[in-house]
Ligand binder design. Sequence first.
Ligand SMILES: Nc1ncnc2c1ncn2[C@@H]1O[C@H](COP(=O)(O)OP(=O)(O)OP(=O)(O)O)[C@@H](O)[C@H]1O
Length: 419
Amino acid sequence: MTDKEDTCSPTGVLEDFFRSSDSETSSSKEPHMDNDAHKNPKSASRWLGFVQLFRTRSKKPLDTVSSSSILKLSRRFGSLREIIAPKFGLDSDLYHTNSPWKNFSLYELQAATNYFSHENLIGKGGYAEVYRGSLPNGRLVAIKKLTKGTSDEMAADFLSEIGIMGHVNHPNTAKLIGYGVEGGMHLVLELSPQGSLASLLYGSKEKLKWGIRYKIALGAARGLLYLHEGCQRRIIHRDIKAANILLTEDFEPQICDFGLAKWLPEQWTHLTVAKFEGTFGYLAPEYLLHGIVEEKTDVFAFGVLLLELVTGRRALDYSQQSLVLWAKPLLKKNDVRELADPSLGDDFDSRQLNLMLLAASLCIQRTSIRRPSMNQVVELLHGEFSCLKYMKKSRMPFYRKAFKEELVNAEAKPQARLD
Ligand SMILES: Nc1ncnc2c1ncn2[C@@H]1O[C@H](COP(=O)(O)OP(=O)(O)OP(=O)(O)O)[C@@H](O)[C@H]1O
């Protein structure tokens, strides 16, 4: 299937959902449904109108999609939270807990960031600038201001991030606080005080300690497992990388940047996208060659992330050398000495490091069906070998040696699970 109908982007799914919701409401055959759209049938078509207008406007050049026109739309159709959150109706926690998405005025955003001053610029991605901010109540926030891309890309990014971040709720995913549409499109997120994993791995003099690297690997794996299996819809992130792993004060990782994320309908095996997006160095072969998107494309990228954590090397270095290509022969030989980040010295837990290398080797396999699911990755990182049969197929003699005892025990268990 292709994404022509766009039923896999949050925007597309929202439209689809509201369209069907509109007809359900008008037929009024389902009195038991109790979300707000049914109490207020107008809200669904209002939001549909919002999305349509947003899209129509966003086809014009960027300067004509002025934030004031978006602001007008937002005023006309109501606050995003009031419309989206009840309409999503998918995550009851989100709806019932007080996680309001505040609609920030430009003045409030300027006041929080000292007029988006350079000193407050804490990150720059391909599409956005991110500023540290402080709200009047003292709460620290990160304000992501969309700056680049065509107007279509900006609108898609904005809606995708709002749609997905408002829907996910897990300790290992970034938290949305609000948004602002005056003077540009802004997302207001909880601040991750330690910045991104990329900034710590590559931009800091102080080397990341082993225990923290392992903690990040486990937490990021849990976050990704949640996106794949723990939400009401399967979410494929599509841009897992060190720059998109934020760290809380105590180095708990949080997956961020849902601008490219897709929802995958339950019955679909995969989605084929025509437009190439993502980050070189993390792209699975089937995505590069055929545009295939599914959980295993994220698993591949996660394998690269594990290699970055172990080796301290970038997914693509300055000479464009691929970490995967560099690491593969060393992984085959289980050359731990060569693979481990030299800055760690002997200061690492070799069992944990071997587990991370084993998981990485499985994740970066060329053939997607050979890669483990994120559930299996989490198990492996914990040192559980219940997916032993799967590993046996992967012909990994050196790891079989490294984990001989565990493998013998796991083999004795009849309930070993397969992918
Ligand atoms: N909540 C946050 N707290 C602290 N820093 C953040 C936060 N959100 C983003 N950043 C910083 O800003 C950088 C860019 O953010 P983000 O990846 O969301 O932007 P982007 O333009 O969408 O990136 P990409 O090029 O990957 O699409 C991050 O790598 C991180 O360093």
